[in-house]
Ligand binder design. Structure first.
Ligand code: NAP
Length: 343
């Protein structure tokens, strides 16, 4: 029996000794070790910060975007965007299951979504079939490998596949929100009109209760319309999160105070200081956004004398997949919104 490392270090080509996520390059040959799962991939859900960066680099040209994606996978053996450092996740069908994993409740032909990042998933793209620019989903012909430690969710039969994929990509956000929000909190969600933001709105409203206040920030009429349609935000602010003082002014003007908890779900850089300034001393900022700069947040908070707890947006927390999918089942408006976008 040929067993690889449960964490996948046997596939790290460089630098030796690294874990797959931090590695520069992975071995993406599709010969299976006995503790790996081979997946025929149908769709990649590219991380929003990564997809936005690729669109910009390609001048929004689909052919050029495809070239960039192929080149990333060619050079790294995984879809690990070298600029944003982020990946995404995939859906596909189990094509083979290593002999050491036969006891798992999984069989060839099962359809699943990976719940680990594409930044650590060995991937081969044979063909890019369609790029869905409005949803960051990319249909491909290709294969990928999940390591023994790699988590996944078998796709639920009651939800459309693309809707489930979109929610699972950002599953950590609503699940962390459920853990962080306390009754009576004022919760500020920045980028609330996006997919993670909208799922967080539901959990924030549920957990903050009638004595709490949910404040949604997004930029642009379209995003504000999406948020209003959900009926979850007590206050909606149409303001650019890259402008910290404008955000602070809008929040204090509308609410008369700062947030107990701020959740950053934006897909563009330079929004750290809006999140920090809008949070009260002793409050918490949860940076789910992959466009967050650790340096900008840490030095920026110090620079304005802000004593806030700052959480890195771990994409995983216990039961995150169940929580994210359950939000869609609990909230028909959210389900409808996701269904309209992810057709
Ligand atoms: P999304 O659906 O694209 O939502 C992003 C939202 O931010 C959109 O509503 C967008 O508005 C808004 N926005 C953009 N620029 C803004 C600005 N200047 N001011 C205020 N709002 C602005 O993204 P998502 O899929 O929810 O992902 C959100 C973030 O989470 C991304 O950074 C992504 O990389 C990250 N992420 C993290 C993890 C993790 O494990 N921590 C996992 C997945 C994703 P428009 O639509 O009008 O542009």
């Amino acid at each position: 029996m040929t067993l690889g490392c449960p964490y996948g270090t046997h596939r790290v080509l460089e630098p030796k000794g690294a874990l797959p996520q931090g590695a520069q390059r992975l071995d993406n040959t599709m010969e299976l070790y006995d503790n790996e799962i081979l997946i025929d991939v149908e769709t990649l859900n590219i991380d929003s910060a990564s997809f936005t960066q690729i669109r910009q680099q390609a001048g929004d040209d689909e052919g050029r975007m495809a070239q960039i994606m192929l080149q990333i996978v060619e050079s790294r053996g995984k879809h690990h965007n070298p600029v944003t450092g982020s990946g995404g996740m995939l859906i596909g069908t189990v094509s083979a299951l290593g002999s050491a994993l036969q006891a798992r409740d999984l069989k060839v032909g099962d359809r699943l979504a990976s719940l680990v990042s594409l930044t650590l998933t060995p991937l081969v793209i044979k063909e890019i079939k369609k790029i869905h620019k409005d949803t960051a989903q990319v249909d491909i012909e290709g294969q990928a490998i999940l390591f023994e430690s790699g988590i996944y969710a078998v796709l639920p039969p009651d939800l459309p596949q693309r809707v489930a994929l979109a929610a699972l990509d950002v599953a950590g956000a609503p699940a962390q929100t459920a853990k962080l929000v306390k009754p009576g909190d004022r919760v500020l969600i920045i980028g609330a009109g996006g997919k993670s933001g909208a799922l967080c709105l539901h959990e924030a409203k549920k957990r903050a209760g009638v004595t709490g206040q949910v404040v949604a920030v997004d930029y642009g009429e379209e995003a504000v319309r999406r948020i209003a349609q959900l009926g979850l935000a007590d206050v909606i602010l149409n303001v650019d999160a890259t402008k910290p003082l404008e955000c602070l002014e809008a929040l204090t003007h509308a609410c008369g105070g700062l947030a107990d908890l701020t959740i950053n779900c934006v897909n563009v850089p330079h929004t750290e200081m809006a999140s920090i300034l809008c949070t009260r001393d002793g409050g918490t900022v949860y940076f789910f956004s992959m466009a967050t700069s650790f340096t900008a947040a840490a030095l920026g908070a110090e620079g304005v004398g802000k004593d806030v707890n700052m959480l890195i947006g771990n994409g995983y927390t216990k039961h995150h997949a169940q929580i994210a999918l359950e939000v869609l089942r609990e909230n028909p408006q959210l389900f409808q919104l996701f269904s309209q976008i992810y057709v």
